[in-house]
Design a protein around this ligand. Structure first.
Ligand code: SF4
Ligand code: SF4
Length: 477
């Protein structure tokens, strides 16, 4: 990946100043941002990007409005520490599933990056997706790239005020609605809407709506490519996931050079020219403002806008498409490229195994928890009748959305007797603390510590839990 030329260290004179020539201007380390005006582009990859935007934003804005039974289909209820995802409710005890899901997400990123470069950045990253929408709004209000540049260069007229105000008003409205939707994943949307329409929103809800809205407005409206160039760590370490068989977007230098303008219909070979007509359209459409003809650069987010526009140019001048294209370093060097290679096989196998494991684990998940805490204040007690007694606190968690009746039984010590309720009713989605004790004639104890098992069985028989505990007592010699 080629690096941009760095300025010399601050304060160091440019070469040659020691021999009496005038000192060089001090070099600024802070590079002032020059606004990029990406030109609108059409083509197959532009259509794919629009499809990505529609699907991803459709999911983001639409999911919180879906209902599942009597509640929101996707609700991350932090105060209650429950995540409702369609018909399933995940508790803190299910943190394992979240951990596996995060590992799957990270592995997917590695896999797709090794396979096809910065697919995530170009088509699915929230920064790309929202920036696309904000750019579209900007074009609808201020016009094309050249109209926007002219407007920004011009004096502040009534028209300029009107257009700028309209653009920012639409951006802010969309940003606030984005913040509102984001909070809707954590607070039921109907409650949130009722609070908003009656000006009775809680302070935290208000804070997060404004915060998330502000982040959207700032990142997609103002900072845009700066987020990718200076803030996103992924741009920095992605090259570690690339190899010579990874798909990259590249300019075919051998075919394109020497670049230069020519008359339509002229023979480039006789003019000593390659296929690049030096129209600079590939630079004008680039959302990060780079020139792909300088080689692969970390600033390239892989959006493929330059492919679309260059193909259009090639079609117009009657040359074959693909002067800029998806390719691999090996292909460029004339070596056969391999899509299937050890790295992709390892990533794909791990991904498949983890996804299958996660689906299996979720399908086998029992929405019932039983924790046993032995009374630690006494090893054991002796009752009036001379029986040895241990006391236990049973923590019973019903993770379902309906109340269930359960039977409690024990085994492991043949003659032991359970003192406590035979059946309990667990309310929907609640934890119940139940104290029980176990008694036995000490004559039956063979060791000072024996294992007993508590069984919790649903009365309708479809789910159960078994947990072990220790029973302590004296052993007669
Ligand atoms: S769009 Fe294609 S022809 Fe035009 S400057 Fe870029 S590479 Fe050359
Ligand atoms: S160089 Fe091409 S693919 Fe890379 S960011 Fe610019 S337009 Fe997108």
């Amino acid at each position: 990946m080629s690096e941009r030329k760095q300025p010399p260290p601050h304060g160091r004179p440019a070469p040659g100043t020691a021999d009496g020539r005038p000192a060089a201007e001090p070099v600024e380390f802070y590079r002032k941002r020059e606004k990029i005006y990406p030109r609108a582009v059409t083509g197959i990859f532009a259509r794919l990007r629009v499809l990505g935007v529609v699907v991803l934003l459709g999911l983001f804005y639409g999911l919180p409005w879906l209902r599942w039974g009597d509640r929101q289909a996707v609700l991350l209820d932090l105060p209650e520490r429950k995540f409702h995802i369609f018909g399933l409710t995940f508790w803190p005890q299910d943190f394992f599933f979240l951990a596996v899901l995060l590992i799957i997400a990270a592995l997917s990123l590695f896999f797709f990056t090794a396979l096809a470069g910065r697919l995530w950045c170009g088509y699915a990253c929230p920064q790309t997706v929202w920036t696309e929408v904000f750019l579209w709004i900007e074009r609808q209000i201020e016009g094309s790239r050249s109209q926007q540049m002219k407007l920004d260069k011009g004096l502040w007229s009534l028209r300029k005020w009107r257009l700028k105000l309209a653009k920012h008003a639409v951006w802010i409205a969309l940003s606030l609605y984005t913040g509102f939707t984001f909070v809707g994943y954590f607070t039921p949307l109907d409650e949130l809407w009722a609070g908003l329409s009656s000006f009775a929103l809680g302070p935290w809800e208000l804070f997060w709506i404004v915060f998330y809205g502000f982040a959207t407005y700032g990142n997609a409206g103002w900072m845009r490519e700066q987020v990718c160039l200076y803030m996103c760590p992924y741009a920095r370490f992605q090259s570690a996931m690339f190899d010579r068989n990874t798909l990259i977007i590249s300019y075919d230098e051998a075919r394109g050079e020497t670049r230069g303008a020519r008359k339509r219909g002229s023979d480039p070979k006789s003019l000593g020219l390659g296929d690049c007509v030096n129209c600079t359209l590939c630079v004008q459409v680039c959302p990060t403002g780079i020139d792909i003809r300088d080689g692969l650069q970390y600033e390239c987010i892989g959006c493929a806008a330059c492919i679309d526009v260059c193909d259009e140019v090639m079609a117009k001048v009657g040359y074959p498409k693909g002067l800029i294209k998806y390719t691999t370093q090996n292909t460029l060097d004339g070596v056969v490229a391999h899509v299937i290679r050890p790295r992709t096989i390892v990533y794909a196998s791990l991904l498949l195994a983890l996804c299958a494991g996660l689906i299996f684990a979720i399908s086998q998940r029992v929405p019932l928890e039983l924790d046993i805490i032995r009374d630690r204040n006494a090893l054991y007690r002796t009752t009036d009748r001379g029986l040895t007694e241990n006391v236990y606190l049973l923590k019973l968690v019903n993770m379902e959305d309906r109340a269930r009746d359960y039977r409690i039984t024990i085994d492991g010590l043949e003659q032991a007797e359970l003192i406590g309720p035979e059946t309990v009713t667990l309310p929907a989605g609640k934890v119940l603390d139940q104290v029980v004790s176990v008694r036995i004639d000490p004559g039956f104890l063979k060791t000072p510590s024996s294992e007993i098992r508590f069984h919790l069985d649903a009365l309708d028989g479809d789910i159960s839990r078994v947990e072990s505990a220790r029973f302590l007592g004296p052993v007669s010699r």
